[in-house]
Ligand binder design. Structure first.
Ligand code: FAD
Length: 299
């Protein structure tokens, strides 16, 4: 029986968990062979399914490099592990005609939940081709079928592109752009990863003040390597407490210790979020061990 994420959350008591995996790209050299990548994904879900996640979400490459892997993988996870799948979908470079076919496939696989995203802009393009914003994608999905439960992304520290003329963060405008997605019909939201819970709680307060009532699910990425610092820098809108940065710098060459720091930090962050949020979403990076340790501590 397909179920909407909002229905599951509505029936749940206490804080639940969810997972994100990212599928292999096709047609481009991968850092690891596709078979190994797939078995990492299945290992991840297999090890973490015991925590009864609300959903497993599967990312989508905006340049179409996971066009043949994202949705089938979401369908396989749903069928094999009897867990709701959330299919990410990006509007960049997706002509409307193609979008309609993709939505047919999602429906065919009985996937009822979609995370509607614009997608990261390709490096060589300033303007998104195809639909321009996630809000346009929501509109198209709604036109196609009323059956989908639609999630969106939100950014407690602001989206990096939302800046004023003089290059300063325009948090107010970004917040209103988020509200516009809710007004277009978004049913739930998942946040960009963050390391400072105050930023998340402040953001949720601000959304409430402007009338946002949908569940906002915090996204947590356990630090699993020193490279997380580079990922955070690349994302461009995530602050990390100085003490955490220092710990990572001090242990730069000690892979085991970095994982310990990551697990301990995420446990602390999640403990503070528990019972204040409906669900905590883990960016697993297709690796299960850290998330397993974190959930063991929490449950
Ligand atoms: C939980 C989560 C999952 C993600 N999964 C993926 C994935 O699977 N694949 C992927 O490629 N990327 C993914 N991303 C990254 C995301 O695609 C990028 O952050 C992208 O740059 C913005 O996507 P969005 O859906 O938030 O876009 P939008 O909501 O369209 O926002 C993009 C920018 O435009 C502004 N904006 C929004 N609407 C309007 C409007 N109507 N008029 C003017 N400005 C507007 C916003 O303030 C923002 O600055 C994910 C992000 C999160 C938080």
């Amino acid at each position: 029986m397909p179920m909407k994420i909002t229905d599951i959350l509505g029936e749940s008591t206490g804080t639940r968990f969810s997972l994100e995996v990212f599928p292999p790209k096709t047609g481009v050299p991968e850092t690891i062979p596709i078979q190994r990548h797939l078995s990492n994904i299945f290992d991840t879900v297999e090890h973490l399914i015991k925590y009864d996640p609300v959903f497993v979400s599967v990312t989508y490459n905006p340049e179409g490099k996971t066009r043949t892997t994202s949705i089938p993988l979401a369908a396989i996870i749903k069928q094999k592990y009897k867990v709701e799948a959330v299919a990410h979908l990006t509007c960049i470079s997706t002509p409307k005609k193609e979008l309609s076919k993709t939505l047919d496939v999602i429906e065919y696989f009985n996937i009822e939940n979609i995370l509607a995203l614009r997608g990261d802009l390709p490096n060589d393009s300033i303007e998104a081709k195809g639909l321009k914003h996630a809000s346009d994608l929501i509109e198209e999905i709604k036109k196609h079928s009323k059956r989908f439960c639609i999630g969106v992304a939100c950014y407690p520290e602001g989206h990096p592109e939302c800046v004023t003329k003089d290059g300063k963060k325009d948090l107010k405008r970004d917040l209103l752009n988020f509200k516009a997605k809710v007004d277009k019909g978004a049913d739930f939201a998942v946040t960009q990863l963050f390391f400072d819970n105050r930023v998340f709680f402040d953001f949720v307060e601000k959304t409430k003040k402007i009338g946002v009532k949908i569940p906002i699910i915090p996204g947590i990425m356990p630090i699993m390597s020193y490279n997380t610092l580079n990922i955070v820098k690349r994302l461009g809108n995530i602050s990390m407490p100085d003490s955490l940065v220092k710990k990572l710098e001090d242990n730069r060459d000690n892979k085991k210790e970095i994982i310990e720091i990551g697990v301990n930090y995420a446990v602390k962050q999640c403990r503070e979020l528990m019972d204040k949020v409906p669900c905590i979403h883990f960016y697993t990076m297709d690796r299960w061990a850290s998330v397993d340790r974190i959930l063991k501590e929490l449950i």
